[in-house]
Write a protein that binds this ligand. Structure first.
Ligand code: MG
Length: 265
């Protein structure tokens, strides 16, 4: 990973689209700081497409799409995108699964939830689970004391034994049924809503993230950036971001924004 300060100006100038994880990438220790929020706002005002790509739930994403200075949001690790059309005052929602599939998957996730909570002491249902439509989030670090890595691996193994996908973020293990991830839904969004073909989009995106659930994005985009806390997860990553910021979490995101805005002049 190359220090972000060494990003060539021409490469920074080619960026038109900012895709970014939220937890511990835009937020800092669970808080959306003024500097990170201002970075989002300045980027959007400067004409960049700004799109958070998060593991957070549908309930939160409705709020984010409506109220944050963003162009759309991908949530629950790619289960859907939401985009609020301000002119038409209409929320566009696109889900990977049909409503019937979502219902069936929920019953299977309920069984996984029971097994995880009874066999991994110290794990808990994520406090934002009630606002989720497609996935199951197990807390190992947000509102519970951090679990050892071996226990996190056991949670992942339970999901996988049930045939679900599981991804580790900085705070939760998220699991779901369905062949999607942050990348596949970001692709759908950029094509459907913004009319971009994939090659064109790939080369005008910068992706920012901090943890293993960002790996498909790090692998897909030539220009990707880890905020400094990515170092905590480096040993778990097969695909690392091309660049790494000096700042942690929201400070790292603000550092990236500053660089992009300066390059544009
Ligand atoms: Mg994160």
């Amino acid at each position: 990973m190359i220090p972000l300060s060494q990003l060539p100006v021409e490469e920074a100038r080619s960026v038109r689209i900012i895709l970014s994880d939220i937890d511990d990438t835009i937020t800092t220790e669970g808080v959306l700081t003024a500097s990170a929020y201002t970075a989002l706002e300045r980027l959007q005002r400067a004409g960049f497409l700004v799109i958070p790509v998060t593991g957070r739930p549908a309930g939160w994403c409705d709020h984010i799409a409506r109220m944050w200075p963003v162009d759309a949001v991908v949530g629950e690790n790619g289960a859907f995108y939401f985009r609020y059309d301000r002119q038409r005052k209409k929320m566009e929602q696109h889900f990977w699964a049909t409503p019937e599939e979502l219902r069936q998957n929920r019953a299977r996730l309920d069984a996984i939830e029971k097994e995880v909570l009874s066999s991994v002491p110290g794990s808990a249902l994520a406090s934002d689970q009630s606002y989720r439509l497609a996935d199951l989030a197990i807390d190992f670090c947000e509102d519970v004391p951090p679990l050892p890595e071996a226990e996190v691996d056991r949670i992942v193994a339970i999901f996988e034994r049930h045939g679900a996908q599981a991804k580790v973020s900085s705070i939760h293990v998220n699991g779901w049924f369905g062949d999607y991830n942050k990348l596949s839904m970001a692709k759908t969004l950029l094509g459907d809503v913004f009319g971009l073909d994939w090659e064109q989009a790939r080369n005008s995106v910068v992706y920012a993230g901090d943890s293993p659930n960002d790996e498909p994005m790090f692998a897909a985009f030539p220009l990707s950036v880890g905020v400094a806390n990515i170092h905590d997860f480096e040993h778990r990553l097969k695909h690392r971001p091309a660049y790494v910021a000096k700042g942690h979490s929201g400070d790292g995101f603000a550092e990236l924004a500053e660089l992009l805005l300066a390059a544009r002049g």
